[in-house]
Design a protein around this ligand. Structure first.
Ligand SMILES: [Zn+2]
Length: 465
């Protein structure tokens, strides 16, 4: 199958690949922590403009449990998508016994395809890691980075997490003293660290590391979904990736992740989750445009799990559209409110301090939220910062009709969307392992013997595997 696929690609004939139902190119889109409630809220957030780009392409739902937990983490979930195998929370492309597994990205590379991983998280974070590395613990960040630059598979690596590629005495976090950026350069990677450099880069292989850890919150930097000056948008990283990978006549496999939907879900910050969804939407639009122009391309889009247990309680008075007016993360709003109280010479709780907090939050929400004295008193009197934050977050979320039940992940199913050649592989109620199995099948490739051969659609048996 791989040879036939290569021949189709060598002819430059995307139509051939499309005609025989085999996907030449795969763009795997991952909005971390984003399920139906977030999708619902985002629809209203976008009020007045077009529906979210993915809505026409819903094909099914995915069950998310891992081998040792009904509530998965990103590592076990991404491993299921990448390898077709259930594993324990924290595992990066290894089975429950710690045995290394091949990912669909690995087998795509073996079949001659170009490959890339893109994330607004540190690029060594769990979701991209399960596609490009194998390790028994997602915390082995140095090891994951070293695998990326040494395995010869990856052609494009874009995201945050620069610290994992540089030695400690060079401003990085690597204890082994190895400079992976230098090493990557010798392997033909162009390294870029800003949006401008990304746009100007010309090499075939690209290593883009734009921040030390996760990339910044995509709120308050101009249009929703944009990140601060110097950091590219997810759409810009997607474009740079597709430009490069599509030069390969054999096709490509790319992973594109938005992390903000998870990070700010953990913070119960619905406004920043919505802005992160806008970032993902912009990247999706670009991927869809590419797929429409390039027959033989498959887009699959699915979250790894839901984050925050978001509940939507919209009404005439409380609609997520209000989040369009918010200009900072809730964390930054609270920090700034306390800073101003201090700078203005007030003590939290004195007469003047109430007005300072009210004005600060009012300013950052575009006047949409006016905190009452009772709420501000609760913030001042909170036993710790976490409680003060939770009090503020609840009010800011309520203005948009959103409520949260946890600062962790939940067990709800996640919607899956697919477009293009092979989209029919992703219909109905799937287990997360089916996604990995079907990604391989859609490319006409086989996972290694004994891996991903337990299709479980409609069954919970895999929980015991
Ligand atoms: Zn998470």
């Amino acid at each position: 199958m791989a040879n036939e696929e290569s021949m189709a690609g060598t002819n430059g004939s995307g139509e051939t690949a499309a005609a025989d139902g085999v996907a030449k190119n795969v763009i795997f889109m991952l909005p971390d922590g984003f399920s139906t409630a977030q999708a619902d809220a985002y629809r209203y957030f976008k009020a007045g403009s077009e529906a979210p780009v993915w809505e026409d392409h819903l094909t099914g739902m995915v069950k998310t449990s891992s081998s040792d937990n009904l509530v998965t983490d990103s590592a076990a979930s991404a491993t299921a998508y990448a390898t077709g195998e259930k594993t324990y929370n924290g595992a990066i492309a290894v089975d429950p016994d710690g045995r290394a597994l091949d990912s669909v990205l690995d087998i795509a590379s073996d079949a001659g395809k170009a490959t890339g991983i893109v994330s607004t998280a540190a690029i060594t974070d769990a979701s991209p890691a399960a596609f490009g590395a194998s390790t028994v613990d997602r915390g082995n960040q140095d090891d994951i980075a070293a695998q990326y630059t040494s395995n010869g598979d990856l052609d494009v690596i874009l995201g945050g997490g620069r610290a994992q590629f540089l030695p400690e005495d060079d401003g990085g976090a690597r204890e082994d003293g190895i400079d992976l950026v230098d090493q990557a350069g010798r392997q033909g990677f162009d390294t870029v660290t800003t949006a401008d450099e990304l746009e100007a880069a010309t090499g075939d292989r690209l290593l883009g590391l734009f921040t030390d850890a996760d990339m910044s919150a995509p709120i308050g930097n101009g249009a929703p979904g944009e990140r601060p000056d110097g950091e590219p948008t997810l759409a810009e990283m997607t474009e740079a990736t597709l430009d490069r990978l599509s030069q390969d006549g054999d096709g490509f496999f790319a992973v594109i992740e938005e992390e903000g939907t998870d990070t700010w879900g953990h913070a119960n910050d619905a406004a920043t989750v919505m802005n992160s969804a806008q970032s993902f939407d912009d990247a999706w639009s670009l991927a869809l445009d590419f797929a429409e122009r390039n027959p033989g391309t498959l887009i699959v889009s699915v979250a790894d799990h839901e984050t925050g247990g978001m509940t939507t309680l919209f009404s005439d008075e409380a609609n997520p559209e209000v989040f369009q007016t918010y200009r900072a993360t809730y964390e930054d709003m609270l920090t700034e409110a306390f800073r101003r109280v201090d700078v203005d010479g007030h003590t939290p709780g004195d007469a003047g301090s109430f007005a300072v907090v009210r004005d600060t939050i009012g300013g950052y929400t575009g006047g949409a939220v006016t905190l009452d004295d009772e709420t501000i008193a609760s913030i001042f009197e909170a036993p710790d910062e976490e409680t003060a934050y939770a009090t503020l977050a609840e009010v800011l979320n309520a203005a948009g009709g959103v409520n949260y039940s946890t600062t962790g992940h939940s067990a709800v199913d996640v919607p899956i969307y697919a477009y293009g050649t092979g989209a029919e592989h992703f219909e109905g109620l799937l287990d997360n392992t089916d996604v990995g199995i079907q990604l391989a099948a859609a490319m006409g490739l086989d996972l290694p013997e004994g891996q991903g051969d337990t299709m479980t659609t409609g069954s919970d048996d895999m929980l015991l595997a």
